[in-house]
Design a protein around this ligand. Structure first.
Ligand code: NAD
Length: 256
């Protein structure tokens, strides 16, 4: 379905980003990966699906590096047809204890980076009259949890950015939507499981149940594969008129 298209997925060396990159590659899209840590193994996993794969190590907190990544992707693949703004970090602390530099980093990586990629991707998408911008927000784009001020502010912000992007392009073939996962067992969440296990002196498995039990009625983690399938749907012709939604895949978290 996506043969000949190119998808840039930020923060795709791990977790949800890698899951979405693989789902888009399975539909034939060439992929530009981005993120920290080892990129050779993710690159091989995506390339095994028979598509072209590039990598750019831009730090999403740095607008100049983001600009370089956008230019490099256009140079290597022609243009970005599908932009998945996924890179994100977390920090958990009460507001009065929240380190200001962590606040700045979360706002830069989880929110502002999406503005910088989007503003540079839109002109070529508009020219082609086809584009898909998918923002990986969170159920925390819809509801809040204590001790996650920067994350919740950034995720509510990206849901707002999603709506504006959708409206500004509503009469074109460029759509923008957000995905709002509940708990997904990636390194980002494993840190929170570990913290809970240590604080309550319980096992890893028990800590996972505690985390799910607090928030997610299904008592199941959402998987990167399920989120990848939703991203594929947003790229399909059936989703041509799905614009500006914040679609939660959260086991009922936000329904409560
Ligand atoms: P993860 O830690 O597995 O992956 C994060 C990715 O972002 C990695 O590839 C990492 O290298 C990259 N990254 C981090 N900082 C970066 C930077 N400055 N520049 C470039 N890349 C950077 O986490 P994940 O759980 O897969 O999270 C991906 C997205 O999904 C995030 O936006 C997160 O907020 C969101 N999300 C996660 C969950 C969850 O339960 N895991 C739930 C809702 C939303």
């Amino acid at each position: 379905m996506l043969k000949g298209k190119t998808a840039l997925v930020t923060g795709s060396t791990s977790g949800i980003g890698l899951g979405i990159a693989k789902a888009l590659a399975a539909q034939g899209a060439n992929i530009m990966l981005n993120g920290f840590g080892d990129h050779e193994a993710p690159r091989a996993e995506v390339a095994a699906l028979g598509v072209k794969v590039g990598f750019h190590g831009a730090d999403m907190s740095r607008p100049a590096e983001i600009e370089d990544m956008m230019k490099a992707t256009a140079a290597q693949f022609g243009r970005v047809d599908i932009l998945v703004n996924n890179a994100g970090i977390q920090h958990v602390a009460r507001i009065e204890d929240f380190p200001p530099e962590r606040w700045d980093a979360i706002i830069a990586i989880n929110l502002s980076s999406a503005f910088h990629t989007t503003r540079q991707a839109i002109p070529a998408m508009r020219q082609a009259n086809w584009g898909r911008i998918i923002n990986v927000a969170s159920v925390h784009g819809l509801v809040a949890t204590a001790e996650k001020s920067a994350y919740v502010a950034a995720k509510h912000g990206i849901v707002g950015l999603t709506k504006v992007t959708a409206l500004e392009n509503a009469t074109s073939g460029v759509t923008c939507n957000a995905i709002c996962p509940g708990w997904v067992l990636t390194p980002l969440v494993q840190k929170q499981v570990d913290a809970r296990a240590a604080a309550l002196k319980i096992s890893n498995e028990e800590a996972k149940k505690v985390l799910l039990g607090e928030k997610e009625p299904s008592m199941q983690f959402t998987t990167p594969e399920e989120l990848g399938a939703l991203a594929v749907f947003f790229c399909s012709p059936a989703a041509d008129n799905v614009r500006g939604v914040a679609w939660n895949m959260d086991g009922g978290w936000a329904a409560q």
